[in-house]
Design a protein around this ligand. Structure first.
Ligand code: SDX
Length: 428
């Protein structure tokens, strides 16, 4: 492979270094292009632009491969737990038994949130979207952890904030749900593992002991693992660029939550279920809705379909689709929206419009069906995506800081008005 690319502009030729990653990805390093040539590149939406070099997650969108720190997602989803995968992403490799035990113990010490945080919960109007609440509450954690605002924190101090955030996010997510019901919140019980504790805080009752079904815990572990990281997607890029200004961890993650909220990104899992329910109420005519998705004059898109980088099956969608069948069977649930989803997938995968554009089901297409089976309301789905993505955001933020990356500041090409002079308002 050539180690330089040559760019010819007019009568000048510029040599640009070529780099290759450990999985064979290649890039032209343009970090000195403007100094050399006066030119910048333009790539709206960064479809062809690498923002960083990362050792956390690798995905191959053409083939449908996803690996966390080199481990295939299929193996982790089958054999690991969410806390173990969080350790893998954040610290770089799978933990020993002792390391995992200490990690879980540390987390269990920080699951409580300051009682004054309840005033924030009480301040939200009933029915306010859980993602807006979550973004605000996670940002507010900085107020209760002023040490996190200190500049140049030591590695131990950063790690403590990471542990606190992982611990408190599950408590905050469950309390958002409880408050939406008008129910009293349930405090963490640290004899439970992380996911069981979360499910207990979410679905437990203060008036009676509630047994959390291990089948449900296993499905939740799998879902959280599948959402844990996805290289430089919209919300992760947001976390990195906010963190690059030396903003604290809570502010950076709060920004990532806001980016994830959008229906083109993490908000798609809620939009998929709303779409499936609309098709069901409309009589289940999947051909009609496929036609709408293809009609350029119709704003309707087949939510949960298509992806910026997967131009083949999203490997997570395959795993979630199978988990859907398993969990619905184990829980004895017959969900008509799953049948509609499978019909949509079947039709779309043979329709030239979708085939030509390489539009396949993505992680959001089936996840909402499992969340519904586990008892979550639709507007909590994206919050669950955020809970799963948290260790990935943290790992990416940590890597950006460790690599001492500069503050993110893209360039632009100005196309606005030029040479204007101020005129008195009387003359306009
Ligand atoms: C996530 O980046 C990540 O990794 C994200 C994520 C993660 O883990 O962090 O994987 C999570 O965000 C998954 C994606 C969830 N979003 C949705 O399911 C929303 C529906 N999908 C789309 O809106 C769309 O596919 C995107 C936003 C996901 C990707 O859009 P792109 O890459 O910008 O592609 P595009 O919009 O330019 O579409 C290319 C063509 C267009 O048609 P033409 O102009 O070529 O005629 O495909 C069409 C689009 O109109 N198209 C769709 C479609 N998605 C794309 N047409 C109908 N239905 C769709 N869902």
């Amino acid at each position: 492979m050539a180690d330089t690319a040559q760019l010819k502009i007019g009568d000048k030729t510029y040599d640009l270094p070529v780099i290759e990653g450990t999985e064979g990805e290649k890039a032209i390093d343009i970090s000195k292009l403007r100094d050399q040539s006066g030119y910048v590149t333009l790539d709206i939406g960064y479809k062809n632009t690498g923002a960083t070099k990362s050792a956390i997650t690798f995905l191959d969108g053409e083939v449908g491969i996803l690996k966390y720190r080199g481990y295939p997602i299929e193996q982790l989803a089958e054999k690991s737990t969410f806390v173990e995968v969080a350790y893998l992403l954040i610290y770089g490799d799978l933990p020993s038994a002792e390391q995992l035990k200490n990690f879980e113990l540390e987390i269990s010490r920080h699951t409580l949130v300051h009682e004054d945080m309840k005033k924030f919960f009480d301040g939200f109007p009933s029915g306010s979207h859980p993602m807006g609440q979550l973004s605000s509450l996670i940002g507010a954690l900085a107020a209760f952890n002023p040490a996190s605002l200190k500049q140049s924190l030591s590695a131990e101090e950063v790690n403590l904030e990471i542990i606190k955030l992982i611990a408190k996010m599950s408590t905050i997510v469950s309390w958002i749900y409880k408050k939406s019901l008008g129910h009293p919140v349930i405090y963490p019980r640290n004899q439970y593992d992380y996911v069981t504790n979360f499910m207990h805080m979410t679905f437990g009752q203060r008036t009676e002991e509630v047994e959390i079904d291990p089948v449900v815990v296993s499905a939740m572990n799998k879902l959280l693992i599948l959402h844990a990281d996805h290289e430089q997607n919209c919300s992760t890029s947001t976390v990195r660029i906010v963190g690059s200004s030396d903003a604290n961890l809570y502010a950076s993650i709060s920004a990532g939550i806001s980016a994830l909220w959008g229906p083109l990104h993490g908000g798609a899992n809620q939009a998929v279920i709303e779409m499936l329910q609309k098709i069901k109420e409309d009589g289940g005519d999947t051909d009609k809705w496929i036609a709408k998705a293809k009609d350029k004059n119709d704003p309707f898109r087949l939510m949960g379909f298509g992806h910026r980088v997967y131009k083949n099956f999203d490997p997570r969608a395959k795993i979630i689709k199978k988990a859907c069948d398993d969990i619905l069977e184990k829980l004895g649930i017959n969900d008509e929206t799953l049948e509609i989803a499978k019909k949509l997938e079947e039709v779309a995968l043979h329709d030239p419009y979708f085939v030509e554009r390489k539009l396949y089901p993505n992680v959001d297409f089936y996840s909402g069906i499992i969340y519904t089976a586990l008892g979550f309301p639709t507007d909590m789905f994206t919050v669950l995506f955020a809970l799963g993505r948290l260790p990935g955001w943290i790992a990416q933020w940590k890597e950006m800081k460790a690599n001492k990356e500069p503050i993110g500041r893209p360039r632009q090409i100005y196309v606005g008005a030029t040479d204007k002079n101020y005129t008195d308002i009387k003359n306009r």
